[in-house]
Design a protein around this ligand. Structure first.
Ligand code: GN1
Ligand code: MG
Length: 356
């Protein structure tokens, strides 16, 4: 089926234009423009998501719950059904889904103004609070052990052993830093398994460009890309969100000298976030917020190196060493976080005390 035929399956006719959307490292997206309204059709990567129907059912449940809890529906999260009323189209082993595309919405790869980050903190906090009464066990596991950093690490060790010696040499400096910090990787999962941290609904991919903003009001509207909603710890989302904006460069920038930890942005984020989650977050979760930023940054570093060693099977790349560049970038950020940990803990403590 070509893209126009796929549109027809979603009852979309009179297509004026189809644009490729290059955001995202996993799914392929197309913006479909028609006379009356626009849509985004995504081809779900089914080597990453083995059962797209399971994933779509998770998404639908979460959207329905969010719509019930809020006074407004996020129009960006309106799923368009197929002609026969399904939330997903299967054709020749390929899977497509369709959302409403809202023209006055915008996403950012970079921070242009600290108020965006305050907004991002609020939108993440709102997501977690709105879903705090949703039983996470009602969601299916679409990618097992997604944020099990220790397992990601073990996979890297295996992959490294089997890699060719040239590549081993190439990643050795990164690899040894990763091994040195092994003690930290199971901090969140161990506490989850022991019941010290509550199991919650987690978005699992809370980077800045998954926050939709209103072009006119500049307010954040909602978190999009719900592909990885699954049970887990809210710390995964906090850590991932912070790592995505705090260095103020993109995650594949090659110039490592620009990578820092923007304290000012971090404060804006924590204030917005704490304001929204103050009634649901536990002391045990607050105590690990800073660790989560380090852990999730190390986890994505581990994933990028593993994929580089496995010849870029998982993440889309634009050139052979793309994943290696991403890993170098993220490990540089992780080292900055490690260095600032105590200072960051004080900020978190001060902000949360203000909301007591
Ligand atoms: C992937 O496709 P995208 O960009 O939303 C990945 C995330 C990573 C992210 C890094 C299912 O998300 O886990 O943090 O790339 N998604 C999946 O940019 O693996
Ligand atoms: Mg995603």
């Amino acid at each position: 089926m070509n893209i126009l035929e796929i549109c027809h399956e979603f009852n979309i006719f009179n297509v004026l234009k189809v644009e490729n959307n290059t955001n995202g490292l996993i799914n392929k997206s197309y913006i479909i423009k028609t006379k009356d309204r626009d849509y985004i059709i995504q081809k779900i990567n089914n080597s990453v998501f083995k059962d797209p129907f399971l994933l779509m059912n998770n998404i639908e449940k979460v959207i329905n719950h969010l719509n019930e809890k809020r006074q407004f529906k996020c129009e960006n999260l309106e799923l368009i059904s197929t002609k026969v009323g399904n939330n997903c189209l299967e054709n020749d082993g390929e899977f497509y889904r369709c959302y409403n595309f809202v023209n006055n919405s915008i996403t950012y790869d970079f921070v242009e103004n600290p108020s965006q980050i305050y907004e991002m903190g609020k939108v993440l906090g709102d997501f977690q609070t709105s879903l705090s009464d949703f039983n996470p066990k009602d969601l299916k596991i679409t990618i097992p052990d997604f944020h099990d950093t220790k397992k990601r690490f073990e996979k890297l060790v295996e992959t490294f052993k089997n890699a060719d010696s040239y590549k081993q040499q190439e990643v050795s400096e990164l690899y040894f830093y990763i091994i040195k910090n092994i003690d930290q990787y199971s901090l969140i999962t161990d506490n989850l398994n022991r019941g010290i941290l509550p199991l919650r609904v987690v978005h699992n991919d809370t980077k800045l460009n998954n926050v939709i903003f209103d072009k006119n009001t500049k307010k954040a509207k909602c978190l999009i890309d719900l592909d990885t909603v699954m049970p887990g710890s809210l710390l995964f989302d906090f850590g991932d969100a912070v790592r995505s904006f705090v260095s103020n460069t993109c995650e594949d920038a090659k110039d490592l000298s620009n990578i820092g930890f923007d304290m000012n942005l971090f404060c804006y984020f924590v204030i917005g976030y704490a304001y929204k989650v103050r009634n649901i977050i536990t002391d045990e979760e607050i105590a690990l917020l800073i660790d989560s930023i380090y852990i999730i940054t190390m986890e994505i570093t581990i994933r990028f190196i593993t994929d580089y060693l496995e010849n870029n099977k998982y993440f889309m790349v634009k050139y052979d060493k793309h994943n290696l560049d991403r890993a170098k970038n993220q490990i540089t950020l992780a080292k900055t976080i490690e260095y600032k940990k105590e200072q960051l803990r004080k900020i978190v403590k001060n902000v949360f005390t203000r909301f007591e």
